[in-house]
Write a protein that binds this ligand. Structure first.
Ligand SMILES: Nc1ncnc2c1ncn2[C@@H]1O[C@H](COP(=O)(O)OP(=O)(O)OP(=O)(O)O)[C@@H](O)[C@H]1O
Length: 275
């Protein structure tokens, strides 16, 4: 009973195909993993291994006209695969928040931060504008953003990448979703901002019991943040293990290769031991 209950997100036999001019092509296959409450599951693998396709499938964000998602994706027992647009929109942001690699792409340039923040809150709650603004300010304070009231009046281009990423984390956290999918959340940031973003994610996890699917190229980030790790290669999972087991005793040749590559660039790795 305990294990079943603690699994917040379960992906079973996920298989994603895309229709191209040349015919159908498989993007990911046989993907199985479970994300437990309050835990961080790291998703690693080289570029093109299928990490983003997997996370986009969970959020049902792939183009329905050209892609087919087979298998099951359940959030607290509710099947997400096949939900219609309206149903899945109700889940995105509220139950599953998404933090993208490039925060600039996540905001509409022509609206202020406040406009977008308040609208996001209002689309998922019964709060009025004033209450939504107060919640936004509180969420921004929680991620140490200075002068939130002023920031709400700014346009996305007026903020640095690190600040925008923190606004996105504040937006993701304020509705206390059960799951956050963070796709390379620190890749576009400098070392100082990387550290801040990771600290905030960890704070959200511990305060709200949010589960985090953390997609990263950076094994230093994964070793510091993740409880369990899924390793992907060529659209398949090649290894799933507890983070200590994976780093101490990798089983698959590809995982060993990734870890060896990491050792050879270890001096560039500023994140570990600093959190
Ligand atoms: N809509 C699409 N049509 C055709 N191929 C696609 C589509 N979306 C993704 N792919 C292909 O699927 C494969 C997996 O891509 P995906 O973006 O999931 O990789 P990734 O592991 O997230 O890589 P990165 O770390 O570079 O983001 C790649 O070969 C990519 O080119």
């Amino acid at each position: 009973m305990g294990t079943e209950r603690s699994n917040v997100l379960t992906v079973s036999d996920l298989h994603v195909k895309v229709q191209t001019k040349e015919g159908a092509s498989t993007l990911v296959q046989d993907i199985n993993f479970k994300l437990e409450k309050g835990k961080v599951l790291g998703l690693v693998g080289e570029s093109g291994s299928g990490k983003t396709v997997t996370s986009m499938s969970i959020l049902q964000l792939l183009d329905r006209k050209t892609t087919t998602i087979e298998g099951s994706i359940t959030l607290q027992g509710r099947e997400l695969n096949g939900l219609d647009d309206k149903e899945i929109r109700g889940i995105r942001g509220k139950d599953i928040a998404f933090i993208m690699q490039n925060p600039m792409n996540s905001f509409t340039p022509v609206f202020t931060i406040g406009n977008q923040f308040v609208e996001t809150i209002r689309s998922h709650t019964a709060l009025n504008k004033k209450q939504a603004k107060e919640l936004a300010i509180e969420a921004m304070q929680n991620v140490n953003l200075p002068n939130p009231a002023k920031l709400l009046k700014s346009y996305p281009f007026q903020l640095s990448g690190g600040m925008l990423q923190r606004v996105m984390i504040a937006m993701a956290a304020c509705l206390q979703p059960s799951v956050i999918i963070a796709d390379e959340p620190t890749t576009a940031l400098d070392v100082h901002n990387q550290l801040q973003v990771l600290r905030h994610l960890d704070k959200i996890r511990s305060e709200y019991g949010t589960s985090i699917l953390l997609i990263s190229h950076d094994l230093g980030v994964i070793s510091e943040m993740a409880d369990d790790v899924v390793v992907m290669q060529h659209g398949r999972i090649v290894e799933t293990a507890n983070v200590y087991e994976l780093f101490d005793n990798p089983q698959h040749e590809y995982t060993k290769k990734l870890l060896n590559a990491r050792l050879s660039i270890k001096h560039e790795e500023p994140i570990t031991h600093m959190l």
